[in-house]
Design a protein around this ligand. Structure first.
Ligand SMILES: [Zn+2]
Length: 174
């Protein structure tokens, strides 16, 4: 699967490139996403620590199951990130990290400080097919709702993807 997604960088100029994934893999990814408890926890901690800025990271695992949240830098040449943007260098870092472990890049997460856990137009404009996009709302510095989204086939909207956290360690805001 990782191989099929090699062209995947966040560049609108190449956003019309056809990406493909094994049908079975793609189908499984469509259905639902489960986070290991420590992955959900890592995302919450990252969102809390980055507040009032957005945090951003990659989801690594096998289809349908994220086993690692790989934090991406939330500081750029322009200063701390105010909006979600995965740069080609981030993408390569995440993909390398995944393949090192024989795993796949499943998608990305980012936080919405003091905003709902729903994708913005900016998020939609920068999304790629197949990937899961997790959004964590961070309200007043406290991690709140977490949702997952996937781009619709016609790329005009996000569809919410069922998100589960596997039983495990208690979460920050339990
Ligand atoms: Zn966003």
């Amino acid at each position: 699967m990782a191989t099929a997604l090699v062209p995947g960088i966040y560049d609108r100029r190449v956003a019309d490139v056809e990406l493909s994934a094994n049908t079975e893999v793609a189908y499984e990814m469509t259905c639902r996403l489960t986070l290991e408890a420590r992955v959900a926890e890592a995302i919450r901690v990252h969102g809390r620590d980055a507040y009032p800025y957005e945090c951003c990271g990659a989801l690594i695992g096998q289809p349908g199951l994220a086993v690692e949240a790989c934090a991406l830098p939330n500081s750029t040449e322009e200063g701390p990130r105010r909006r979600f943007l995965v740069r080609p260098s981030d993408y390569r870092t995440a993909e390398a990290r995944a393949s090192e472990q024989g795993l796949a890049l499943l998608g990305f997460y980012h936080s919405h400080p003091d905003q709902l856990a729903r994708p913005s137009q900016y998020d939609l404009d920068h999304a790629w097919p197949v990937f899961s996009y997790i959004i964590l709302s961070v309200a007043g510095g406290s991690p709140a709702d977490m949702t997952s989204w996937r781009l619709s086939d016609d790329r005009t909207r996000f569809d919410e993807q069922p998100l589960e956290v596997a039983a495990g360690a208690p979460s920050l805001n339990a």
